[in-house]
Write a protein that binds this ligand. Structure first.
Ligand SMILES: [Zn+2]
Length: 171
């Protein structure tokens, strides 16, 4: 993994604002092996942006959506003991939430399992930037997928079912 320490702090250029500006090009590289591992998870693979997520991304713009992502990471994942850990990321309602379930960046247990960030310790700036880089890369991949047809979200909706909650615990 490259050394990001010189970049620390520069990912977020508008310090102190609610949604600090994010420069996608300054985000760390995500290793291809992560995508290979995620591709083997039936649970993670079922998450895709639906039409509403896509139109939100198009309307708000990629950078604004990443700024929301930086805010979610800072508030809901970065503390050593986040509130409602394991349930802090809704299944839908924002493209970043979907990206988080797809990439194992939804809670501290998944972050530990998929990304090796030990639970019970706060995420530092480099780790937060890495999580955002994973989310950004996944959203870019989704933008290159063909748009879902109307009514094609039935498989995704099943993620809300109990069977998939069990799958989530296993994967
Ligand atoms: Zn999780």
């Amino acid at each position: 993994m490259p050394d990001f320490s010189e970049n620390e702090g520069s990912i977020f250029t508008k310090q102190g604002s609610l949604f600090p500006a994010v420069n996608e090009r300054e985000l760390p590289q995500v290793q291809p092996v992560l995508w290979e591992r995620l591709a083997r998870s039936e649970f993670r693979q079922q998450f895709h942006l639906n039409a509403q997520d896509r139109s939100y991304l198009a309307t708000k713009g990629f950078e604004a959506v990443l700024e929301h992502g930086a805010d979610f990471i800072g508030k809901r994942l970065a503390p050593a003991h986040p509130a409602k850990d394991g349930r802090q990321t809704p299944w839908q309602g924002h493209p970043v939430f979907v990206a988080q379930h797809a990439t194992g960046t939804c809670c501290r247990s998944c972050l530990e399992k998929w990304h090796g960030f030990v639970k019970g310790l706060p995420l530092n700036g480099v780790q937060q930037a890495y999580v955002l880089a994973v989310i950004a890369a996944w959203l870019r991949q989704e933008q290159h997928r063909p748009a879902p047809k109307p009514g094609q979200n039935t498989k995704y909706a099943r993620a809300l079912g109990r069977k998939n909650k069990e799958l989530a615990e296993k994967t």
